[in-house]
Design a protein around this ligand. Sequence first.
Ligand code: FAD
Length: 316
Amino acid sequence: MDDIRDCIVVGGGAAGLSAALVLGRARRSTLVIDAGAPSNAPAHGIGGLLGNDGRPPADFYAAGRRELAAYPSVALRAGEVVAGARAGDRITLTLSDGDRVTARRVVLATGMDYVPPTLPGVAERWGRTVFHCPFCHGWEVRDRPLAVLDRGASGVHRALLLRMWSDDVTLLADGPAGLDDGEAASLRAAGVPVDERPVAGLEGPGATLTSVRMADGTARPCGGLLVPVTLRQRSPLAAQLGAVAAAPGFVATDAVAVDAMARTTAPGVFAAGDLTTQMPSVASAVAAGSLAAAMVVQAIVAEGLPATTAPAEGGP
Ligand SMILES: Cc1cc2nc3c(=O)[nH]c(=O)nc-3n(C[C@H](O)[C@H](O)[C@H](O)COP(=O)(O)OP(=O)(O)OC[C@H]3O[C@@H](n4cnc5c(N)ncnc54)[C@H](O)[C@@H]3O)c2cc1C
């Protein structure tokens, strides 16, 4: 029996589950392979997702998986894809357990690794009182004394942005701030002081942040810290399949290049979500996954490939 799927979705986070939903509703045989580590797992809730604002991430993903159960052509598999290769119009993916799966189309939805600064106290507060995105977490820390750990032009940008959530924002440069006269004037006008003393760590019970400990021993009251973050591909899978990276951007160093139809530069390989973007969010990932899936279906129709029959109730 031919077990070539119409599409394999690699990654079952917001983008991957959204893609699978659209593929399932289009009756395309679809396998979702997911390693189960969405980037926002540590967060208290999803900020800014219409209909799900503040919902705990695990709850949101569980609801997405439940919705997929209504579509018999979609199967979910826990696992990690460790390699990919193409032969003609078929793409074969190898899982960490050695198993191989094949499809004519792949949607990469593997997310990105978020790399925050290495500072004692960041890890246990990540996605709660220490965050990279004020649109996601600013509301929860509004009106507290807040700080930005950054310097130079990006530090100025982040500090001015964070002022939307509090009148009390400090730029912690952890060394020379590297500001030109115009940048320093912008901060002064916004009432943002600059502290160039070295930063030693963060303090407060559990995921709560109460103060930033400076290297000179003093504590600066702080209820939320915005930090710069770098996004990097989690694996070389996209490159193995021939998808080239876009130019490095403000946030992501090696985002996969996609066109307006979610196509990468590799035939049959589509991509959606964090791995393609400089503006990551759950809402964007859901939208991108939906678009990629629709484009997969359009591509199947346009290229006249033999459509695999949607399997009977019970899954592929
Ligand atoms: C701490 C934190 C908090 C955030 N808070 C918010 C928020 O409040 N609001 C908001 O809109 N955005 C928030 N974001 C951003 C948001 O989480 C992402 O933009 C969004 O989750 C991206 O979805 P995705 O599907 O592209 O990737 P992910 O959600 O990261 O999902 C990718 C999935 O693919 C799997 N995977 C990766 N590689 C493989 C592989 N080789 N084989 C199989 N599976 C694989 C992963 O395990 C994971 O399950 C936050 C991000 C972080 C880091």
